[in-house]
Design a binder for this molecule. Structure first.
Ligand code: ASP
Length: 360
């Protein structure tokens, strides 16, 4: 038989529920939003709105960063954001836009993806990428590819032109060859700053001998994009060279669906950056989605909980777009290269804790 205390607490729960239902009914009666993290886009227009968030990686970014590097990073973020904004405003699909934006970021030497991919322990480059369509839950991923100029497009081909979700190494390259994808020699990925970073990481690792921590947590710089299109569909895409001085054959979170990349129209699209092993263990991207889908959280609360409670300070960050078009950008490192744009005219990029509105 339930104790008096149990009965009282059930009674109190009943009262709270009744009050909540009553308040919700009154609020909607008077046209008030019951719980909306952001204002609706498009000024109430019937046309569904769009939103876009991008990242160029999280890491330890010094405030006294070389101003020229800072300008290059900001300009690369702004032009990718601009390209994505133009396409979403024109009605392109979220999947098309996240692929195009990530391709553009892969071609920019500033970021650790495509052209600017970091060096692995053998002095080579192995790239990972994934894309997911929140409308159908279709997904495509590739890992350990070494000759693809734009791994994100191969990930999309895996999603749309194969029966599979995930292809690795030689098999992924063979699939790319069948489809006539553009390939490059490994020296295409040689970027002087990355090479120096690798040499420093090797020295540090030889001194520290900590095989578990990333050899270089300074400038992770993976790239990603999440979008909600005018039809209300969501998509996420992420691409990376992985961690500097990673073991040959190591695969991070980025191509692991649900770890570094995830999208579901019913909840959110998420793209992560950071210490991949941590993101895989916590299935971070899916965790955010699940907290929204069946945990009753707003996107912002879900992201905060995962970043603050499931990960450790310094592990990384993520970008997310919700089914309602809300955008959340969060990280627990000193900075994250990032940008956000939406149909309400928002257009801003940021590196450290505050965003910098752009005059574009
Ligand atoms: N998450 C990526 C990885 O571990 C690295 C990054 O975000 O820069 O492969």
């Amino acid at each position: 038989m339930p104790s008096l205390r149990d009965r009282l607490s059930r009674h109190r729960l009943g009262l709270v529920l009744a009050l909540t239902v009553c308040l919700a009914a009154c609020a909607s009666e008077f046209g008030m939003p019951i719980s909306s993290p952001i204002e609706p886009d498009d000024g109430g227009d019937a046309t569904p709105s769009w939103s876009l968030a991008i990242h160029g990686g999280a890491g330890v970014f010094e405030r006294d960063m070389d101003p020229k590097r800072r300008a290059r990073v900001v300009s690369a973020l702004e032009s990718a954001l601009e390209a994505g904004r133009t396409r979403l405003a024109a009605g392109d699909s979220a999947v098309d836009v996240v692929e195009a934006v990530v391709r553009q970021l892969e071609d920019a030497p500033e970021f650790n993806a495509g052209k600017g991919a970091v060096f692995n322990a053998e002095g080579g480059h192995e790239l990972d990428a994934a894309i997911m369509d929140g409308r159908t839950l279709d997904a495509g991923a590739v890992a350990g590819v070494t000759t693809l100029r734009n791994p994100i497009s191969l990930a999309r081909a895996v999603m749309e032109k194969s029966k599979h979700v995930f292809l690795i190494g030689r098999g992924a390259e063979a699939f790319a060859a069948e489809l006539g994808f553009e390939t490059v020699a490994q020296d295409y990925f040689f970027v002087d700053a990355r090479h120096r970073q690798w040499l420093e990481a090797q020295e540090r690792e030889a001194e520290e001998r900590d095989a578990r921590a990333p050899a270089d947590g300074k400038d992770l710089s993976t790239v990603g994009a999440v979008a909600r299109d005018r039809e209300g569909h969501l998509a996420a895409a992420t691409s990376t060279g992985g961690l500097t001085n990673k073991r040959f054959g190591r695969v991070g979170d980025v191509p692991v669906i649900g770890a570094g990349t995830f999208a579901d129209d019913r909840s959110a699209a998420i793209s992560c950056t950071g210490w991949g092993e941590k993101f895989i263990r916590r299935a971070v991207a899916h965790d955010v989605s699940a907290r929204v889908a069946y945990g009753g959280r707003t996107l912002e609360t879900a992201v905060r909980e995962v970043i603050d409670e499931e990960l450790d300070s310094g592990d990384g960050g993520l970008i997310a777009v919700g089914a309602d078009g809300s955008i959340v950008l969060a990280f627990n490192t000193s900075g994250m290269y990032r940008g956000a744009a939406d149909a309400n005219g928002r257009f801003e990029v940021g590196i450290w804790d505050t965003m910098e509105p752009s005059n574009r």
